[in-house]
Design a protein around this ligand. Structure first.
Ligand SMILES: *Cc1c(COP(=O)(O)O)cnc(C)c1O
Length: 376
């Protein structure tokens, strides 16, 4: 049996090695390292795949979120509603821009922001909502968009974990996760569902004027070289990463299927176990399983984790400390929040290895060991 990893990037690379090597050598040969055809092709290819008008690439997912918030002209003190149960990048950029993060609770089943909690948190200062499509499950965007429309709020989707997922509206209309709100943001960090071989990120929108602004902000606020119309930053996807992404985008649906198949295997093995809650799938989306995350009921998580580790099975806690409990947010009243579901989940979730190269033999071993610990 191959060594089990949370993500097996090496095996994935080996399957597409000749294509990747050729593409990277072509970039070297052209010596166009910044910008160029690979980068513009990738934006066009991703727009087509997602069914969105504009894709603006940038240096990473954190920058994508920051640039999106800058482009929406949010002002210091404006309130931005966000889940606390997320990767730190989502909430960090809000504070970095001197906006006020307003943390709300998540839905216990989907792990994503709870629309009812959003409603309760709206004040006259609220300007935007940042739903996070955690673990590959899209947040309840239909309800979120209705709230946003009613209160005239921007919606910035953090789609770093759910690229390629479908969202199905009540009338049957389908849209890709990340293309529903005002602007969607994603990351191409190597371990993400669509990952490059370094850092990368992108923003999506159907709004022409906003697209123009996102592009300018990512490029020092300029449209014409050396004429800077607004304060921006330097955030770009390089040609080598774009070359890798062009190849991997063509395989994304296959990669998602492999993840869904692996998730199905785990589901079956843990079905109806009284101490394990397997990931819920809302009818309105297709789960793309960036992570396969269990909720443990009445199990010592640390002991399970070290038992698995001793048996050469990695596992991860995404995320052990929610944003409102981070020292970083003390000055933002972090400790004053009462987010019972977030705290409850942070103490009980555990993510098992899931990736495109996971083999049944490995999953059989993983599930056997998990059940061995829990049933003992
Ligand atoms: C990975 C991730 C980010 C940040 O992406 P980087 O490319 O690492 O900056 C933001 N939000 C979520 C939910 C993520 O998983």
């Amino acid at each position: 049996m191959k060594t089990i990893q949370m993500v097996d990037l090496k095996q994935q690379y080996l399957k597409i090695k000749s294509e990747i090597d050729t593409a990277l050598l072509n970039v070297l040969d052209s010596s166009v390292f910044i910008g160029g055809k690979q980068v513009t092709d990738f934006a066009a290819n991703l727009s087509k795949y997602l069914g969105v008008k504009h894709t603006i690439s940038c240096a990473n997912g954190t920058d994508a979120l920051q640039i999106a918030m800058m482009a929406l002209d949010l002002q210091p003190g404006d309130e931005v509603i966000t889940p606390s149960f997320t990767y730190i990048a989502t909430t960090e950029v809000i504070a970095l821009l001197k906006l006020k993060p307003v943390f709300v609770d998540v839905d216990k089943r989907t792990f994503c922001i709870d629309p009812a909690a959003i409603k309760n948190a709206i004040t006259p200062k609220t300007k935007a909502i940042v739903p996070v499509h955690l673990y590959g499950h899209t947040a309840n965007m239909e309800e979120i968009m209705a709230i946003a429309e009613e209160h005239n709020l921007f919606v910035i989707e953090d789609n770093a974990q759910a690229i390629g997922g479908d969202y199905i509206f009540k009338d049957g209309t389908k849209k890709k996760s990340g293309t529903i709100g005002t602007v969607g943001c994603t990351s191409f960090f190597p371990s993400k569902n669509l990952g490059c071989y370094g850092d990368g990120g992108a923003m999506f929108t159907n709004d022409d004027a906003l697209a123009e602004k996102l592009k300018m902000i990512a490029n020092h606020g300029q449209k014409i070289k050396y004429y800077h119309e607004m304060v921006g930053c330097n955030s770009r996807l390089d040609a080598m990463q774009a070359a890798v992404l062009n190849i991997k985008l063509s395989l994304l649906d296959e990669y998602i299927s492999a993840r869904q198949k692996a998730a199905g295997y785990y589901d079956k093995a843990f079905a109806n176990h009284p101490k394990i809650t397997t990931p819920y799938r809302a009818k309105y989306c297709t789960h793309v399983f960036h992570q396969y995350t269990l909720i443990l009921n009445d199990i010592n998580r640390d002991e399970l984790k070290s038992f698995l580790e001793k048996n050469n099975i990695p596992s991860m806690i995404y995320y052990p400390v929610p944003a409102h409990r981070q020292k970083m947010f003390e000055a933002f009243g972090g400790g004053d929040y009462n987010l019972p579901i977030t705290d409850w989940l942070a103490d009980r979730v555990i993510s098992l290895p899931i990736h495109t190269e996971l083999e049944e033999e490995q999953q059989l071993y993983i599930t056997k060991k998990v059940l061995e610990f829990i049933n003992k």
